[in-house]
Design a protein around this ligand. Structure first.
Ligand code: PBE
Length: 266
């Protein structure tokens, strides 16, 4: 049984997140490709972070499915395990995807979504405030107040005469809670009624393909959500990157003595 020299009952386990996340299927592929004697545990993003905290408090061995941007890197000393087979892909971007038809139905909203672009440090600031106890709307609103010049660049040139309702689909991953609520609050400040609808990853992708949501800002491409995207790409409007420098992989506390996924079986 694998698990390195860390000991304890976490040996041979990788603490995962919600089934359906791209990082879960990538990790199943990594277990296969590296021949790891490990099992991937389904969990949730919040429970994964709680497991990480508990392990770090006790200086225990732990391996989690991790991603950047994420507040955990500001909170604790963590490292990605090297992935020489590049199962997790390299750096990727997070894209905004609109339903086909939004551009003609609601050009003002489409324009704002198209212009929405920020940096990993921005997203992390919102994530940290949520982690520190703010509601997603409070943290998003604070970021907007602190960055009004940037937000102004996202605002459309023309105001629509009638402002209706906008729906945003997302998954309750910490990163996507942050981005979706920033966009929600910007659209609300423009005068729209916005509903942010939390669903599973599969539902988010079939939903945007079917036009059930106006948009999603949570498309991790080209790797993490590549399979989901391929199924709907002919039926959606890809507005391009809203963030560059995203990454997924296996993450451990720095005191864990290995540096590569290949060493997990040692
Ligand atoms: N994540 C966060 C998601 C995408 C955003 C990396 C956990 C996933 O694996 O699908």
């Amino acid at each position: 049984c694998g698990g390195g020299d860390g000991g304890g009952d976490v040996q041979g386990k990788i603490v995962g997140i919600e089934p359906g996340a791209g990082i879960m299927s990538a990790t199943e592929a990594a277990i296969e490709e590296y021949g790891l004697d490990y099992q991937l545990q389904d969990s949730s993003s919040a429970a994964m972070a709680a497991s990480l905290k508990k392990a770090i408090d006790n200086e225990e061995w732990i391996v989690v499915t991790g991603w950047t941007p994420h507040w955990k890197f500001a909170q604790w000393d963590l490292k990605y395990l090297d992935d020489p087979k590049e199962v997790y892909g390299g750096e990727e971007h997070i894209a905004t995807i609109a339903r086909t038809g939004l551009a003609s139905d609601n050009p003002e909203v489409h324009e704002m979504l198209d212009k929405f672009y920020w940096a990993p440090a921005d997203m992390e600031a919102v994530m940290l405030d949520i982690q520190d106890g703010m509601t997603p709307d409070e943290a998003a609103d604070k970021w907007i107040q602190d960055n009004q010049d940037r937000v102004n660049e996202w605002l459309p040139a023309q105001e629509a005469a009638e402002k209706g309702k906008v729906t945003l689909g997302y998954v309750e991953w910490d990163s996507e809670i942050a981005s979706t609520h920033v966009v929600k609050n910007v659209l609300e400040d423009m005068g729209y009624e916005v509903e942010a609808i939390a669903v599973d990853a599969g539902i988010m992708w079939t939903g945007i393909g079917n036009g059930d949501f106006d948009a999603i800002v949570s498309a991790w491409l080209p790797g993490t959500h590549g399979d989901y995207y391929d199924k709907v790409k002919d039926n959606v409007d890809n507005l391009g990157a809203n963030l560059e420098g995203a990454k997924i992989g296996l993450v451990v506390p720095t005191y864990v003595t290995i540096d590569s996924i290949e060493e997990l079986n040692d």
